[in-house]
Design a protein around this ligand. Sequence first.
Ligand code: F3S
Length: 399
Amino acid sequence: MYLTKEEEKILKGEEGYVKQKALEIVVKTGEVLEAERLIKITKAHIAGISYKNIGDEGLDLIRELYEAGGRFSIYTTLNPAGMDLDLWREMKVSEDFARKQIEIVNILTKMGAYPTLSCIPYELVPLSYGEQIAWAESNAVLYANSVIGARTNREGGPLVLFEAICGRAPYVGLRIDENRKPTVLIKFEVKNEFLKSMTGLLGYHLGKIVKEGVPYVINPWEVIKTTYDVRLFLAGVGASSSIGLVIFKGISPDARMIKEEELKSLEKIIIEDAEIKDTYEELSTDLRSYDLVAVGCPHVTGNELRLIYESLKGIQVKENFYIFTCREYCSRCRDIINKLREIGVKVYKDTCIVVADLRSLGVKNIVVDSAKAAYYLSTQGYKVKLLPLDSILRGLQDG
Ligand code: F3S
């Protein structure tokens, strides 16, 4: 692999032991992926920081890196942790779990990360077209590539740690323009309004049938109306496939570089009601009762917080209704969050329904508006019903 003089110096240990080891790992990964060279990255987003997922082994690795002098050399943000760092007692998280989770976040922060603790870094940090970054959260990768036109592969959790330390990533995959060409055309012909309103399900279905490559959606406005829809859709794609870029005609910056002739030879898949209904039945259980309703996968922004409050104001919510957002929106929308809490809604930051430690809440049956959440919660043994956000809010209004 070609290495610059600067990279050779790092490999000789001139910038410290941990940076040297981190670069060695990135180079080895690049060799396996047949990268001809590395590329400098400007931002990293580290996922897999919930103690629920990484346990003592993950904590030990982070602690060792920090104690050996490991520091992030680029702008680094963090995905959600296993609890709200302030309200973990209200979430009934155990003392032992909380202590270890706080240690994970503290160490990563001391290494130089911003404790954003959110899976929507694209809403929190400025990102430009063509910018080379290394993000590890699939919905964030899909959003950065598909909506902003930044360049990142779906980086593995531990690899991003090392990339953030050495500031380099293998120059492969979606970092290279030629690999960002569409491989299949997708047209949505969904008539059923209920199915059409579940954009996360539509994205999940697309991922399920395409699996890899770069799908080009001919008519995104048929199914996507809001930025929340985009986030739910891309999170769904990420949950059911290894896709890292969806090109939306009229939305994605990459769509502008594509000539009509390039699309002519591609296979075209038309997605219709019957197959989406089948995917819905695979993903959603017909629950008669539930213990918890959860929204915020990916995290909601101020827009959704306001919309949810407007829809529920004037009633007292009797169900367990949790909304997951990030600390940034908690401070920007403090008054709305206080009002939501006054009407009985629980708003949590720093964590999410999938990576939070919910065992002590005794929850078994959950209603969500996110296909990604439905998929991952089902794999954790919960029974899950998937509904569009407006149906969830109507249900809460009716008590
Ligand atoms: Fe985000 Fe958790 Fe969903 S990290 S995309 S809210 S699974």
